[in-house]
Ligand binder design. Structure first.
Ligand code: ADP
Length: 245
């Protein structure tokens, strides 16, 4: 598909957004009764539930580490999450995304506080529409906070990409498939650390910088929504907290 179809003459994208617009994001905290922490994120048409269990005893025991907690992450897409039925068995892509989610979250957590234990993070994609790893990371970080895990910062995540000569924020499934580049980024907004940076497609060095800066700006917007969701669960609403402070 040409750039003309992905961005029309008025600068509007396939879902009517401008090039710097995020999709609608809603995060609900504490949605899984049996989990220690959980979150449900709607990121555009992505619908993802994350459940966190732990810190708890490691099984098998030989996996335990004497000086820190083990973080295990599983990203899984349900068979009905995509336009054609997805095989429920873990695919190579899901194994890779599970690994990058773990690596995105690990730097935010103070794992040395829980030696010989494990924390399990289950990211279940109920509906996917592009950018599901970023949405999964953002929800997982909120679920870890909900579980009371000691952390340095929340991890925020957002992708940017290239459609022809335009760098755009938060690419959807169609843009992912038909566009020219996709750059998912995870970011710790307070320590300003990047914990995930992937790139599928080609960018010049100036496009690379523009894309990365745009994704970081997106992460900062997602961070506000993550904080608000936690405030809502723990303090009723954000305004009340601001008044109390
Ligand atoms: P992300 O969801 O993080 O952007 P990808 O770039 O690999 O990850 O995938 C982009 C989108 O492609 C997904 O969000 C999903 O909508 C779609 N997709 C991924 N895997 C499948 C699959 N097995 N069948 C159909 N669609 C898929």
């Amino acid at each position: 598909m040409s750039e003309l179809t992905l961005i029309d003459e008025n600068g509007k994208r396939s879902d009517n957004r401008g090039i710097d617009d995020l999709r609608q994001i809603k995060i609900t905290v504490g949605v899984v009764k049996n989990a220690d922490g959980s979150a449900f994120i709607e990121f555009g048409k992505n619908k993802i539930i994350v459940a966190v269990y732990g810190p708890r005893e490691v099984h098998p025991k030989h996996m335990a580490l004497p000086d820190r907690c083990v973080l295990r992450c599983r990203y899984h897409m349900s068979p009905f999450s995509t336009d054609t039925r997805k095989n429920p068995a873990p695919s190579r892509r899901e194994v890779e995304i599970s690994k990058v989610i773990r690596e995105s979250l690990e730097p935010s957590l103070i794992l040395s506080d829980y030696p010989r234990a494990v924390i399990d993070v289950f990211v279940e994609v109920l509906q996917a529409d592009g950018g599901s790893r970023c949405a999964g990371i953002a929800a997982a970080s909120v679920a870890l906070a909900d579980a009371g895990i000691n952390m340095r910062d929340l991890v925020s995540a957002c992708a940017s990409g290239r459609l022809g000569d335009k760098i755009v924020l938060d690419i959807n499934d169609l843009e992912d498939k038909e566009g020219d580049a996709d750059m998912p980024v995870a970011y710790l907004p307070n320590t300003e650390q990047i914990t995930l940076l992937q790139l599928d497609g080609k960018l010049s060095s100036s496009q690379f910088n523009e894309c990365l800066n745009k994704a970081i700006d997106g992460c900062k917007l997602v961070y506000e929504i993550q904080k608000e969701a936690l405030m809502k669960k723990y303090f009723g609403n954000e305004t009340e907290v601001k008044e109390e402070v």
